[in-house]
Write a protein that binds this ligand. Structure first.
Ligand code: 5GP
Ligand code: MN
Length: 338
């Protein structure tokens, strides 16, 4: 974080503030972990802070300390609106442009609060006066750890905060295996464990709390997988009908896309998930190596993210979207080979 922005933040937080902390829509472990850690920190420092999420978080994140205090913009709309309206500081965490909060973006655009962005996605937009953007970071959680350190308060990281930060680093790095996992990430995690983070317990709560129907949905997804060897690509589709059949609950498809990459020789994995209510397909892209799914998602599917993990959407049917998707692959054949 550059010194000018850090000093501005120090100045800003030197008196008690009304703070709203915002994760992206469909928040994941990193979004919820980072907002909760920052929330605990802000409360402990004497600020009046709340987290407002654009929509609900999946059940497997709800054990996190403070998760029951998160306001859901869809379900607690009046409270959420007044909280954002009253805020004099708004932290936006784990996203790079206001469109990532869905319907809540209008409210944020109208706000006269000072915006602080903490994020590791590529090509951040410039709505925030104070920016901490670093695309080399494994996760926003890792950045929140560094931010608290930069504010001189690393010793104020409590066990609750350590658990939240650990969770987001673990989920965003695929349990410390993705390329963004650095020696520094491990040093941060080691320090978090010294401060009480319960790694084994967290892993259990995130990954070993499946319902039978989720595993059956995974079975369906894996059966639907199409492998395009010449493009080193594997994709999965899940229709609304299939989701309904297996009693889909929010978060159930988390991680499914990664199975494509477990195939020998596959460098590009995609999942297309129908959402009839929103009238879209939500798409997740993953790659290994240099092929940038951020560029691919940005260019063709109205999305973005990181080099090796990105998302996007389509307003066409599954069939038409797959046709379009497969028609794009020949132009990337060389990049997909390496
Ligand atoms: P996921 O596929 O797990 O939803 O997301 C992978 C990464 O891409 C995450 O870092 C996520 O924040 C980002 N991402 C997901 N969907 C979108 C999208 O529609 N637009 C943008 N800009 N980023 C996205
Ligand atoms: Mn993240």
């Amino acid at each position: 974080m550059n010194l000018e922005h850090l000093n501005a933040l120090k100045q800003l937080l030197s008196t008690p503030r009304k703070i709203a902390i915002i994760p992206h829509k469909n928040p994941d472990g990193d979004a919820i972990g980072s907002t909760l850690a920052l929330w605990h920190y802000a409360i402990n420092k004497g600020h009046n802070a709340s987290i407002v999420s654009p929509n609900d978080a999946p059940k497997f994140l709800k054990w996190m300390p403070g998760a029951d205090k998160i306001l859901n913009f869809e379900k607690q709309n009046t409270q959420a609106k007044s909280c954002i309206g009253a805020a004099d500081v708004i932290f936006t965490l784990d996203f790079n442009h206001l469109g990532r909060v869905g319907q809540m973006s209008e409210l944020l655009e109208e706000s006269s609060a000072t915006f602080v962005m903490v994020d590791h996605h590529q090509e951040p937009s410039d709505y925030a006066k104070i920016m901490y953007s670093d695309v080399t970071m494994s996760s926003t959680c890792e950045m929140v750890y560094h931010l608290i350190g930069l504010l001189g308060d690393v010793n104020q990281i409590t066990k609750e905060m350590a658990n939240c930060i650990y969770t987001g680093i673990m989920t965003d790095t695929g349990s410390f295996k993705f390329a963004a996992t650095t020696s520094n990430t491990h040093r941060v995690v080691a320090d978090l464990m010294d401060r009480g983070a319960e790694g084994t317990e967290i892993h259990h709560r995130i990954y070993d709390t499946n319902s039978p129907s989720r595993l059956h949905l995974l079975g369906c997804a894996l059966k639907n997988m199409v492998i395009l060897e010449e493009y080193h690509t594997a994709y999965i589709t899940l229709s609304q009908e299939e989701l309904d059949k297996y009693n889909y609950q929010k978060g159930d498809t988390e991680g499914f896309v990664n199975y494509g990459l477990t195939l020998d020789g596959i460098n590009f994995a995609v999942i297309f998930i129908e959402n009839k209510e929103e009238g879209i397909l939500k798409i997740s892209f993953r790659s290994v190596g240099d092929f940038s799914v951020n560029d691919f998602a940005r260019k063709h599917f109205n999305g973005g993210g990181h080099t090796n993990a990105a998302g996007g959407k389509s307003e066409d049917s599954i069939e038409d979207t797959i046709k379009y998707f497969t028609s794009l692959l020949p132009q990337y054949q060389n990049q997909l080979q390496s």
